[in-house]
Design a protein around this ligand. Structure first.
Ligand code: TNX
Length: 512
């Protein structure tokens, strides 16, 4: 803090800042509390970033911010360089336990003329805070106040924390494969809107997408197919680790999903001993669901799953492992229940908490197991009554693969058409009255990939709706309003263009 005070008291020229209003900035998600003080912080060549250097990770957050400032303004802002007399303004990122919220992702921003103070309890909180700083930097500099261009950031105070601790998107890389670079591009945008989870649907009837060293044919055979007959693909364990690390730098966890006992044709085609539907196997590149199953009575199947879950858990730091469990239409009910209970134990044995689609709540699941609601709520209600947390992904509201309307180029519409307003106008904590807020882990927007196979198509379905889900997960109901959100959303265009995101320009929004 000594440095901050020094930088702020150094004699310098008076600048006539224009009047600003922090409270009307186009921030998404909308922060919890904003108080405007109507002046400006001038980000310019005389600004430095200074971070706490005793708590691990804060310097990296400072560097991340410096890098993003450079992308937007071309300014080169040093991080933790020596502070000399050329320094006039400082962005100071510090650890503090003295915050209004208990959330590890909470942060506080004080923006004054000569300093921006960002306080957070954790590195993750600081990382969420620098997204707000980034969003506050205007597209254009003011070139008249000083000899050097200045990007004016409105002054005031922001006290912010997420309403839900889990804000996720799911990407189905099984129906169509998405490359490491395509997933990284998505992670960049998710981070900007304060997501903290990417759930990857790694296996399905049409493909197996992650290398398992003890069962190599899963990818040699099962990785080579996808919907529509394309070449498929898979991540080596090294590539998966690379994705996990890239996400971790953005304080996003990657949750791996191996969908079972249904949705397993690719695995059974690779290793027929796993098959439980009694039919002759062939590879599958169609889009039907519910025809495949593992044999829930075979020890080999559980030995196989022990290997798969062990190998993936070893390269996956998230506390969760998703076991799928949806649409097992050809698994006998008693086999299904037995299977879920056994696999849940295997997941726990490898140090993870199980997560599964809402059908798993038909079995006796442990309260530590999370049920992901996607269709009728009765199973999720039962899970919540049993003490489990519920992840909300109601298809009618959050399925990113649903078409916007009947003219949408990609997507399905079995659950609903989901225009941009309908995706936003609902309340996660009131959606299922029988599921109280304490039982809700958070929300997740799944993007199934039957109809999309590259970044452009992915972005058409995901954006702008995923930006709205970011706000649904982070901001409290009282701070959310479609008209207000719509105006803020319209202002995301320069960012989305800079990131080369092919969003769907819905007519419901007056894009800027
Ligand atoms: C249902 S949602 C599925 C997926 C499909 C999706 C298409 C769920 C748990 N299962 O297998 O891809 O619909 O919208």
């Amino acid at each position: 803090l000594v440095f901050v005070v020094m930088a702020c008291t150094a004699p310098k020229k008076e600048i006539n800042y224009p009047k600003t209003d922090l409270a009307v900035e186009a921030l998404i998600p909308k922060p919890l509390k904003v108080v405007a003080t109507n002046s400006a912080f001038g980000l310019d060549v005389k600004t430095v970033i200074y971070t706490n250097q005793t708590s691990k990770g804060f310097e990296e957050v400072g560097k991340f911010l410096s890098n993003r400032i450079n992308q937007k303004t071309k300014l080169d802002i040093p991080v933790n360089s020596s502070l000399d007399e050329t320094v006039e303004r400082i962005i100071y990122i510090n650890q503090s336990d003295d915050l209004e919220s208990d959330s590890p992702e909470a942060y506080q921003l004080y923006i004054k003329n000569d300093s921006i103070l960002l306080h957070a309890k954790t590195v993750a909180g600081a990382f969420r805070g620098i997204q707000t700083i980034q969003q506050l930097i205007p597209e254009h500099s003011n070139d008249t106040l000083t000899e050097q261009p200045m990007w004016l950031i409105p002054t005031g105070k922001i006290n912010d924390a997420p309403n839900f601790g889990y804000r996720g998107m799911m990407l189905d890389v099984a129906r169509h494969f998405f490359t490491v670079d395509e997933v990284k591009k998505l992670l960049d945008v998710l981070a900007y809107y304060k997501y903290n989870t990417l759930h990857m649907h790694l296996t399905d009837d049409q493909g197996w997408r992650i290398e398992i060293k003890s069962w190599p044919k899963l990818t040699e055979v099962g990785g080579e197919t996808e919907v529509g007959g394309g070449p498929g693909g898979f991540y080596t364990q090294e590539q998966f680790k690379e994705l996990v690390a890239y996400a971790a730098e953005r304080h996003i966890q990657i949750i791996p999903e191996v969908d079972m006992p249904g949705h397993t044709n690719a695995a059974s085609f690779s290793y027929p001993i796993l098959n439980g539907n009694g039919k002759k196997l062939s590879s599958y590149s169609g889009t039907q669901v519910g025809f495949s199953t593992f044999d829930a009575q075979k020890d080999t199947v559980y030995a196989f799953l022990d290997d798969v879950i062990r190998e993936i858990s070893a390269i996956s730091p998230s506390p969760y492992f998703h076991i799928g469990g949806d649409e097992s239409h050809v698994t006998k009910k008693k086999d299904y229940l037995h299977f879920v209970e056994k696999v849940e134990k295997i997941v726990q044995k490898h140090g993870k908490q199980a997560m599964g689609w809402n059908e798993i709540a038909q079995a006796k699941i442990d309260p530590s197991t999370v049920a992901q609601l996607w269709n009728e709520p009765h199973n999720a209600i039962k899970a919540a009554e049993g003490g489990s947390k519920i992840l909300l992904s109601p298809a009618k509201k959050t399925y990113l693969d649903m078409q916007y309307d009947s003219l949408s180029k990609f997507g399905l519409h079995w659950a609903a058409y989901i225009p941009v307003d309908s995706a936003y106008i609902w309340s996660p904590e009131k959606y299922v009255p029988e599921i109280p807020k304490e039982s809700i882990l958070g929300i997740e927007a799944p993007l199934w990939s039957e109809t999309i196979s590259n970044s452009t198509e992915l972005e058409y379905l995901a954006f702008p709706r995923a930006i709205g889900y970011a706000e649904l997960g982070w901001s409290i109901d009282e701070n959310r309003n479609w008209e207000d959100y719509k105006a803020r959303l319209a202002k995301q265009v320069p960012y989305l263009k800079r990131m080369n995101i092919s969003f769907y320009p819905s007519k419901l929004v007056d894009w800027e």
